[in-house]
Design a protein. Sequence first.
Length: 214
Amino acid sequence: MLELGLKILIAYLLGALLGSLILGRLRGVDIRAMGSGNAGATNALRTQGKLFGFTVFAVDAGKGALAVWWLPMAILPGVGLDPDLSREWLTLACGFAVIVGHVYPVWFGFRGGKGAATMVGVVAALDARLLVPVILSWFVVLVLCGYVGLATMLAGVALCIAVYLREPANMPLLGFCALVASLLVYTHRGNIARMWAGKENRVRRLWLFRSRAA
């Protein structure tokens, strides 16, 4: 239990290192005071430009991959590897903890991003093949309607469907994906409200069904 608790804590603290806020401090900006007010890669891209936005995405996805790829098998001083602890459950627990850390970072007043970039890193480390339905569904929804938030939420749903179709008996992974998809919907609740009110911004360069004047 010591290894489980300690590694979940480390994964959370790793997730709480937000690329947008760390890099923003180096630039002298806080993107939570700009644009949508979110500390994720999308708002970083919109307010600070492509290089900054993609760097933030790489940092946030990288920490997700690191938490899943390295941490479960890492031998911590004085702790070691518990032979009775399932590596599969530990890997999934670390994956979820790093995403939660990104959304609710202790280092930054629990005001973080929405978890999408970190989820991509986690999924890539779990099984890179699962990124195909995630990215494909995200891109298709974005092209059809132009809503980044909706595309991200449905990408989470696509992840659940893909895992169910490939491994219907893998309940730990299915449960993990359902938790992640639910968290994505929750973190995008503001986007849902704005879409319902017709006030959500669209990515007009990719939106297929836009007006000629857009």
